[in-house]
Design a protein around this ligand. Structure first.
Ligand SMILES: Cc1ncc(COP(=O)(O)O)c(C=O)c1O
Length: 476
């Protein structure tokens, strides 16, 4: 039997692979702005099914594989890298992080244990410190990078559960608003809480939690012999961008001795801006905060973050020992991420933020975020002045929502017309918006967060919106 060598590439082979891939990557990035935004429903289902295949037994040349990726599959997608992508929660995916991934994956160093790659581990620890600085956390804070906001919220919930309830958590109760991201409900289920221990509370006219109602529920639950232990507030909901009243909720949590968690996956990093600091007052008082750099630092998908005010809480929850493990460090300033998080072996996520922050300085990210706040405000002003439109949720940060005026005979008719309006806007393929329900009213959301979105794309949105209003009238 011949000795296998095929996986060990020569320098020349590496160069050829990189060159061929880079040629396609450059072509792709050069046309991002002109590419249609949503071709996801245009992939022939039969073609999609034809991609299912048995394990390959023979080699295929690299160019053919690049064709499959770039020509035959990637185009049939929502183009979340587009400046016109304003649906769900955008980000865009800065290229620096793609390069960081290439480097990190090539190095393949083990950063979960400080002693194994101490200097690289310190770079990731720096990133955690920077994030702590952004939310004004004390030096006792620790944290770690996750694959995204959902897992960061899950880890927050498990940490709060462990620290506040110990092993018997069957009576623990969690409080969120009905606008909180659904990953929190999922996290509670995964963390072992039955549905009946999860309070999903109604919101005020601005879609925010009402602290007095949270308090009433806490009192009721205690009277039932339950153990309220966690309030999970939102610093920017996905639905409408609402920021819960953080200082009041922080006061309540402190008074009632509950763990105060903030899901800042969308909004938290706006704390880098002056306006964000104002809107997000109280963030620094949370016991734990989730941030999502793959949204609000524009990284490609794959990076969330959990920060915990008292780092010892993270360690108490995650620390675990085995004889075969390398020696863990004693220096309290250094971080063994395997001691603070659920993962042992994991990618070197720190470089994904470290590289672009070092290349540009944090100020550039602040400037981009400021621009998004301006753009959201600008389009909001126009919507407010438009005689056919009603602003349903103002932009506290960079997400807003609107609907057609309430001139219809029924809610169903109004909702259907607003939904149709959105479809018409999207049909132009220059912007992509997504909808939701706000207190039963169908709302078109505008989420301005992609780093490539600038004023000219907002002008296209405004043009397409006005065109769609006319087209809608013609349809009736
Ligand atoms: C407010 C909020 N929380 C949590 C999440 C979940 O984060 P991820 O999709 O990174 O898992 C999102 C995603 O959009 C979000 O907007």
């Amino acid at each position: 039997m011949s000795v296998p060598r095929a996986l060990e590439l020569s320098e020349r082979e590496i160069q050829q692979l990189v060159d061929a891939a880079m040629e396609r990557i450059i072509k792709f990035t050069a046309t991002i702005e002109q590419q249609p935004i949503d071709l996801s429903n245009q992939a022939d289902p039969q073609f999609v099914r034809s991609l299912a295949e048995p394990i390959p037994r023979t080699p295929t040349d690299f160019d053919s594989l690049l064709n499959i990726i770039f020509d035959q599959t990637a185009p049939y997608a929502i183009n979340a890298a587009s400046p016109g992508f304003m649906g769900y929660v955008p980000g865009g995916g800065i290229f620096h992080t793609a390069i960081a991934d290439l480097i990190a994956n090539t190095l393949n160093r083990y950063v979960g244990v400080s002693n194994v790659a101490p200097a690289l581990n310190q770079l990731e620890a720096n990133v955690i410190r920077w994030l702590c600085e952004i939310v004004d956390y004390p030096t006792t804070a620790r944290g770690f990078l996750t694959s995204g906001g959902s897992l960061a919220n899950l880890s927050a919930l498990i940490t709060a559960r462990h620290v506040r309830l110990g092993e018997d958590f069957s009576k623990g109760v969690i409080y969120i608003s009905n606008q909180a991201h659904h990953c929190l409900e999922k996290a509670a289920r995964l963390a072992g809480f039955p549905k009946k221990n999860f309070r999903v509370l109604d919101v005020d006219d601005n879609y925010r939690l009402r602290p007095e109602q949270v308090y009433e529920e806490i009192v009721k639950d205690r009277a039932q012999g339950l153990t309220p232990f966690m309030i999970a507030a939102s610093a920017g909901t996905t639905n409408s961008g609402a920021v819960d009243p953080l200082p009041e909720l922080a006061d309540l949590a402190k008074r009632e001795k509950l763990w105060f968690h903030i899901d800042g996956a969308y909004g938290g990093l706006f704390r880098m801006t002056e306006r964000g600091k104002q809107t997000l007052q109280g963030l620094e008082r949370a016991d734990s905060v989730v941030l999502d750099p793959h949204k609000t630092l524009f990284l490609p998908y794959g990076t969330g973050a959990l920060l915990v005010r008292n780092g010892d809480d993270l360690k108490a929850t995650h620390s675990s020992h085995a004889d075969y493990m390398p020696t863990l460090q004693e220096d309290e300033y250094m971080m063994d991420f395997c001691e603070l998080s659920p993962e042992l072996t994991r990618p070197f996520r720190g470089l994904r933020i470290w590289l672009p922050f070092k290349m540009h300085g944090a100020q550039v990210f602040k400037d981009y975020l400021d621009e998004k706040l301006d753009l959201a405000q600008h389009i909001q002003n126009k919507i407010e002045q438009h005689p056919q439109l009603e602003l349903l949720a103002p932009a506290e940060l960079s997400i807003l929502a609107f609907a057609l005026n309430n001139t219809y005979e029924s809610l169903e008719q109004r909702n259907a017309a607003t939904k149709r309006l959105m479809e018409l806007i999207n049909s132009k393929q220059r912007v992509m918006l997504t909808g939701t329900l706000l207190k039963g009213v169908y709302a078109i959301r505008i989420a301005v967060l992609a780093f490539r979105t600038h004023q000219e794309r907002m002008d296209m949105l405004w043009e397409d919106l006005n065109w769609a209003l006319e087209a809608l009238t013609d349809e009736h």
